[in-house]
Design a protein around this ligand. Structure first.
Ligand SMILES: NC(=O)c1ccc[n+]([C@@H]2O[C@H](COP(=O)([O-])OP(=O)(O)OC[C@H]3O[C@@H](n4cnc5c(N)ncnc54)[C@H](O)[C@@H]3O)[C@@H](O)[C@H]2O)c1
Length: 249
């Protein structure tokens, strides 16, 4: 087992890549905390993991809310004794029709950038106390390049995640904490996606991807697993693209 007895806190784990990571991490021996705003979906992911013989618990968390982060981190430490892995995965899509909407810019920054920062703010001290840990921040290919159909607030927030990852890796490496980012390309549409859920647009994008297909949630989850695990013990500050070659093209 690749994560035997590790405690993993995964945000946005009620659906998509976060859910897939929760299931995969539990199969690899981790005790998984599923943190999300979606209570029913999160509870049901947790109970299905437990039914399959894994260890998982749902905790309600809005990643933009500092007090809720404090509560979830405290509860995780008190239930499991620490946090070995943080997967900062919760996110809002940038694939929306009005790409100059200011209110949506603010939301993208709040959920995707501030949410990511708050996760590190509350989990890093726990990891420092324990002598180390692994943080994987979910960025995107949108954190590396601009795209025609994506709100620039999404690029901005995912770019912020990319660089905050390197910043945290540099600042907390001496504490044994590794911090890396994952950059998926075209994956199954997010719950909040509008344009990237359109089959016609997806077909057009797929023509530009070297592997000529979209990725699966599980393919994203495997990248999170590698960076989270001790197999990546000398890797920090790195960015791993999971994009079928899109950024290389
Ligand atoms: N799907 C893609 O094509 C794609 C590509 C690159 C990067 N990503 C990134 O991957 C991550 C996971 O996305 P996904 O594709 O699984 O989409 P998804 O919409 O299925 O999952 C996102 C999860 O985040 C949760 N969430 C949203 N706002 C939240 C908040 N304020 N607090 C807590 N949870 C919140 C949602 O409820 C949902 O469960 C996101 O950060 C996304 O930006 C997705």
């Amino acid at each position: 087992m690749r994560l035997k007895d590790k405690v993993a806190l995964i945000t946005g784990a009620a659906s998509g890549m976060g859910e897939s990571a929760a299931r995969l991490f539990a199969r690899e021996g981790a005790k998984v905390v599923i943190a999300d705003i979606l209570t029913d979906e999160g509870e049901s992911v947790a109970s299905s993991i437990v039914a399959d013989g894994g260890q998982a618990q749902f905790m309600a968390l809005d990643v933009t809310d500092e007090a809720q982060w404090q509560a979830v981190v405290d509860a995780t430490v008190s239930n499991y004794g620490g946090i070995d892995i943080l997967i900062n995965n919760a996110g809002l899509s940038g694939a929306v029709p009005d790409r100059l909407d200011l209110a949506y810019f603010d939301k993208l920054m709040a959920v995707n950038a501030r949410g990511n920062f708050l996760g590190m703010k509350y989990v890093i001290p726990v990891m420092q106390k324990a002598g180390g840990g692994s943080i994987v921040n979910m960025s995107s290919m949108s954190g590396i390049i601009g795209q025609e159909f994506v709100h620039m607030g999404y690029n901005g927030a995912k770019g912020a995640i990319r660089l905050m990852t390197k910043s945290a890796a540099v600042q907390f490496g001496k504490d044994g904490i590794r911090v890396n980012s994952v950059h998926p390309g075209l994956m199954p549409p997010m719950r909040s996606s509008v344009s990237s859920a359109d089959p016609k647009l997806r077909e057009k994008v797929i023509e530009t991807i070297p592997l000529r297909r979209a990725g699966s949630a599980e393919e994203g989850a495997y990248a999170l697993l590698f960076l989270a695990s001790d197999e990546a013990s000398y890797i920090t500050g790195a960015e791993l693209v999971v994009d079928g070659g899109a950024v290389a093209a």
